[in-house]
Design a protein around this ligand. Structure first.
Ligand SMILES: NC(=O)c1ccc[n+]([C@@H]2O[C@H](COP(=O)([O-])OP(=O)(O)OC[C@H]3O[C@@H](n4cnc5c(N)ncnc54)[C@H](OP(=O)(O)O)[C@@H]3O)[C@@H](O)[C@H]2O)c1
Length: 200
């Protein structure tokens, strides 16, 4: 599979590392341009390269891993997604940090907000509920595999992400729709920051 990342920080690089280890091709992108990512892609090896956000967003599966306030700028000039899958790894941290520190979208969940910014994308929320070090680490432990919660409104898209996550070594757990499952996983939800292992 060809996977593009919008953002090339902690989360994008951790996912990219699992992806190349599983034999996938990765395009990392950020706002500063491909040249700024030379060291990062060198570190990931020959299956990784740097590209523009437009090139990354053209991949068959795209990972959105920018900070919450960066989302509108990161997706504004991208062409329609035409049914391609976007993994939304973001968390709605307020910026600048406010009293509550979480952006209040009312009834809307974070990934529904993200989906509204990505016309034609099949959005699957995943990886956001794990701390970065647990995304980066080998998810296979003697006591079981690291659980990866996911949510989305398209069953086929979720199956693809579940397969990918299983290849990485995670134990995917489908929580349902972006509205119901997304609420459980997002900041303030009961599964946000919950790190559990699943025995096979
Ligand atoms: N870190 C964690 O433990 C963790 C865990 C789970 C979920 N998350 C969530 O995942 C998201 C990413 O977190 P992170 O820790 O990876 O953040 P990060 O290390 O700050 O990385 C953000 C990346 O986004 C890029 N970026 C900024 N503006 C952009 C734009 N307009 N277009 C394309 N790329 C742009 C930045 O590069 P340039 O500035 O060079 O453009 C940077 O590479 C956040 O929403 C966070 O809440 C984080």
């Amino acid at each position: 599979m060809h996977i593009g990342t919008l953002g090339a920080g902690t989360v994008a690089r951790a996912i990219a590392r699992h992806a190349v280890a599983s034999g996938h091709h990765v395009i990392l992108s950020n706002s500063r341009g491909p040249a700024s990512l030379a060291a990062a892609v060198g570190d990931l090896g020959p299956l990784a390269r740097a590209g523009t956000p437009e090139e990354a967003a053209a991949a068959e599966l795209v990972v959105l891993a920018v900070r919450w306030p960066q989302i509108p700028a990161a997706v504004a000039s991208l062409p329609p997604f035409d049914g391609r899958i976007v993994i939304d790894a973001t968390n709605q941290f307020a910026d600048p940090p406010s009293h509550s520190a979480i952006v209040d979208l009312g009834e809307l969940t974070g990934s529904e907000f993200v989906a509204a910014h990505l016309p034609g994308a099949r959005v699957v929320k995943a990886f956001n509920s794990l701390y970065g070090q647990y995304i980066a680490a080998d998810p296979r432990h003697p006591a079981g595999r690291q659980v990866l919660f996911l949510a989305g409104d398209d069953p086929d898209a979720k199956s693809t992400v579940e397969e990918l996550a299983s290849d990485f070594g995670f134990a995917p757990v489908d929580l349902g729709s972006l509205r119901e499952g997304g609420r459980l996983m997002q900041l303030g939800g009961p599964l946000s920051g919950l790190h559990v292992l699943k025995q096979d």
